[in-house]
Design a protein around this ligand. Structure first.
Ligand code: PLP
Length: 362
């Protein structure tokens, strides 16, 4: 097995041995005392990660499940989707698939949405919900969700539904302070857990909407999540083994503390951007796709030098024992992506960048 520090996909991310091992504990019943104690131990730590006093829902699904849940519980009729990449486009498609009227506010892949753009688009009052991706994993762009939430609420009875799948646990997300009506993430990104769980926080105004929503369905009914979470249970059978992994990992995150975790991610991001500049100065142009000041701390998308292909660079890295990612969707050939999130450290990242330098120069 490759040593820890060689797997830099922007999801799933590398999982430590301690967390992998936690999953081998024996089963327990999900309506018993043991499960209640397990969930009661996890909940305060999850609240510290989300910076919230609200209950944090734990869904045995991938993040897409809670994206659908956000729309079924939080949107009434007409949705505006801020689209700047593949995952924000997915959020829009889910809205349509849930039978909602959904428009897009498109900007170029790699760009962000400014509060002014959103304020303009909300004039006229026809939308009741806005979807946004905080850290667009396909491009590395970071949308200013605190400001976007302000503008959304200034437009009246409109809610902001936030996909922060590569945000939460890797860079600042202040669920309560920023009044994010609903914010969600998945286990396999900055949380550095195996795939299969999703987490979300709903503010009380979103639950009021949910209470009046007729198409909430069953599996992602937020009223059910709310009441069960408050009694340290889950609405249905949870992925028990993944909960063991989660308990192990949130204890680790608590020991690290959120400010230190954010700082570690920021230092890896800044190193990657500086390295791209160094490469460019040496005649191997590597450009960070997202504009300065609006870059994610967890994933960097780099345009590759002319004549090179993302897929080839990726394969050459793999031959050196290091996994990074090709571009996503229409950026497949022209970019590569490095997921510097989860439990990775600066020294591990330096090894990735050194290998990448060799590959690019060859
Ligand atoms: C990975 C990712 C998702 C989708 O997560 P699944 O776990 O595959 O459902 C959604 N949004 C963003 C921004 C992501 O990075």
């Amino acid at each position: 097995m490759a040593p820890f520090g060689s797997f830099f996909l922007p999801g799933p991310t590398e999982v430590t041995d301690a967390v992998l091992a936690a999953q081998t504990r024996p089963m327990i019943g999900h309506r018993g005392k043991g499960m209640e104690e397990l969930l009661a131990g996890i909940q305060p730590a999850l609240q510290r990660v989300f910076r919230t006093s609200r209950p944090v829902y734990i869904s045995s699904s991938s993040a897409t499940g809670l994206m659908e849940g956000a729309l079924r519980n939080g949107a009434r009729r007409r949705v505006l989707s801020l689209v700047n990449g593949a995952f924000s486009s997915r959020f829009h498609k889910i809205a349509g698939a849930c039978g909602l009227e959904a428009d897009t506010l498109d900007v170029e892949w790699g760009a962000i949405h400014t509060p002014e753009m959103l304020a303009d688009a909300l004039k006229g009052g026809s939308y009741d919900a806005v979807t946004v991706v905080h850290s667009e994993t396909s491009t590395g762009a970071l949308n200013p969700i605190a400001e976007l939430a302000k503008v959304t609420h200034a437009a009246g009875d409109v809610v902001l539904l936030v996909d922060s799948v590569t945000g939460v646990a890797g860079q600042p997300v202040e669920s309560d302070l920023w009044a994010l009506d609903f914010v969600l993430t998945g286990s396999q990104k900055a949380f550095a857990l195996p795939p299969g769980l999703a987490f979300g926080v709903a503010q009380p105004n979103l639950l009021e909407r949910a209470a009046r929503a007729t198409g909430r369905g069953v599996y992602f009914d937020f009223l059910e999540f709310e009441s069960y979470t408050l009694k340290n249970q889950t609405p249905n059978t949870p992925a028990v083994s993944l909960l063991y992994a989660l308990a192990e990992q949130v204890a680790h995150i608590d020991r690290e503390t959120m400010p230190a975790r954010w700082a570690r991610h920021e230092s890896m991001a800044r190193r990657t951007w500086a390295w791209a500049d160094e490469m460019t100065a040496r005649g191997l142009p590597m450009r960070v796709l997202a504009p300065a000041g609006h870059r994610s701390w967890t994933v960097t998308c780099l345009t590759v030098p002319p004549g090179k292909k993302g897929g080839d660079i990726n394969a050459a890295m793999k031959a050196r024992g290091i996994t990074i990612s090709a571009g996503y969707g229409k950026l497949k050939d022209t970019t590569i992506r490095i997921g510097h999130m989860g439990e990775h450290t600066l020294p591990e990242l330096e090894q990735v960048l050194a290998a990448l330098e060799e590959v690019l120069a060859s």
